[in-house]
Design a binder for this molecule. Structure first.
Ligand code: FAD
Ligand code: SF4
Ligand code: SF4
Length: 397
């Protein structure tokens, strides 16, 4: 914590509790206790008439970098199911760990999900740090930040990777602030300098018009969030084992300031673009929202999914959950059909790693053809029915 209570001086007057704008102070046994919500604003120091609150020594700043070892992956789970991005991060983490010759570890939080540790070992984790508590059953910023921050303080990882999911994007910055370190969000590439052990974190910048590589030379751990679907998944090695380390997780009043009342699943979660093997995506070239019905017919032929460009979403033709690109989902299907999509850099950022890209566009100079494996110059309303007619000749395919 940024401030500390000198217990011998504390008279239990509770003035500090009322002074704290972040409700970070609670009373226990008539003594003030500073909770995880403390931002270090210092108001309680002035509020205490007995000089019982002082600035604490700075939390881990640009400490001795040699104390930090290991690559950690946040093993995000929901309802006891490991998120695929955690498996992708283990794949990437393994590469980084092997360059600098250190352990690959996972940090897992939840309630009664110890069984997932076995899965994490099989995906390459040498160690799993596991925090188990009823307060960790469902994600809350306060509970997860406290559990993982304390683990970071105790075990000092060199690198911490999180998925750029809603949870990872919330948790990552909170942890980075607590650790007084930096965080690069939404990375699309990670490399490592074997000498300095510094990661080179590359991400789109300036609206996706250039790629920036960011380093964190003076602070540890180095932290990044990585978009789901960007990195290669780790290969599963059935029977592989590792070391399980149970974290001592305890919460006190004031640590968790939010309460999950109800979980409502939205359409967004039902659309699983990251898992689809074939995606038929449409853009402004469709000319009208009904055009997606034609795309759906082609997608259904492959058991795949429909997707879209941002312009089609902005036009109100389809829900944002279907958007591919820099501000949508990153996808890597076996086949990606880009129908009436110009191929702007922000769209390409979300689909250019697809296995086979088939572009259909009336403009032979459209940038999408620069990244397409198969380019068809033509009206999608003629080309797609022609493709389906051909496919119908091979119903078993
Ligand atoms: P257009 O650029 O209008 O292209 C339509 C294409 O359809 C043209 O190439 C045209 O030749 C072709 N066409 C027309 N009629 C037919 C037909 N009958 N048959 C076949 N082809 C036809 N975009 C995204 O997609 N995803 C993102 O995540 C994203 N994020 C962004 C973030 C920022 C910060 C910014 C600034 C922009 C972002 N964009 C994103 C928008 C992006 O720059 C483009 O504006 C958008 O991708 C264009 O969509 P489009 O290709 O559908 O439309
Ligand atoms: Fe204790 Fe000072 Fe807070 Fe009063 S204001 S409860 S004395 S720390
Ligand atoms: Fe609250 Fe600010 Fe004191 Fe922290 S430093 S306990 S946030 S008043």
């Amino acid at each position: 914590m940024a401030v500390k209570v000198i217990l011998e001086k504390c008279k239990g007057c509770t003035k500090c509790v009322r002074s704290c704008p972040f409700t970070a102070i609670t009373m226990e046994n008539k003594k003030a206790v500073i909770g995880i919500a403390c931002t270090g604003c210092g108001q309680c120091i002035d509020a205490c008439p007995f000089g019982a609150i002082e600035r604490a020594e700075e939390a881990p700043g640009p400490a001795d970098l040699s104390e930090y070892h290991g690559v950690w992956v946040f093993a995000e789970q929901r309802e006891g199911k490991l998120m695929q991005v955690a498996v992708e991060l283990l794949g990437e983490g393994k590469k980084l760990a092997s360059v600098i010759g250190c352990e690959l570890c996972a940090v897992l939080c939840g309630s009664g999900v110890e069984n997932l540790a076995g899965e994490l070992f099989e995906y390459g984790a040498d160690k799993v740090y596991y925090g188990d508590a009823p307060e960790l059953k469902q994600y809350t910023t306060g509970a997860y930040t406290k559990a993982i921050y304390e683990a970071i303080l105790a075990y000092k990882p060199e690198i911490v990777l999180l998925g750029a999911t809603h949870i990872g994007r919330d948790l990552g910055p909170c942890l980075a602030v607590k650790c007084s370190t930096g965080l690069t969000a939404d990375c699309t590439r990670l490399e490592i300098d074997p000498e300095t052990k510094g990661i080179l974190q590359t991400r789109p910048a300036f609206g996706g018009n250039l790629m920036a590589t960011i380093v964190c030379p003076g602070h540890r751990p180095q932290m990044s969030t990585v978009r789901p679907g960007v990195m290669e998944k780790a290969e599963r090695q059935p029977g592989r084992r590792g070391t399980l380390i149970k974290l001592d997780v305890k919460f006190q009043e004031g640590d968790i300031r939010t309460k999950v009342l109800e979980v409502v699943k939205s359409v967004r979660e039902a659309v699983s673009l990251t898992d689809a093997e074939v995606i038929v995506s449409g853009g402004m070239g469709l000319g009208k929202p009904e055009g997606f019905q034609l795309l759906k017919k082609l997608a259904d032929r492959f058991g795949g999914s429909v997707a879209s460009s941002r312009a089609a979403v902005d036009a109100g033709w389809i829900d944002h959950a279907y958007q591919v690109g820099q501000t949508g989902t990153t996808v890597k299907p076996k086949i990606y059909f880009a129908c009436g999509i110009s191929g702007a850099i922000q769209h390409a950022a979300g689909m250019q790693n697809s296995g086979l890209i088939v572009a259909i566009n009336t403009n032979e100079n459209a940038p999408i053809f620069d990244i397409a494996d198969i380019g068809i110059v033509g009206d999608l309303y003629k080309v797609i029915p022609a493709i389906m007619e051909e496919l119908d000749k091979y119903p078993e395919a």
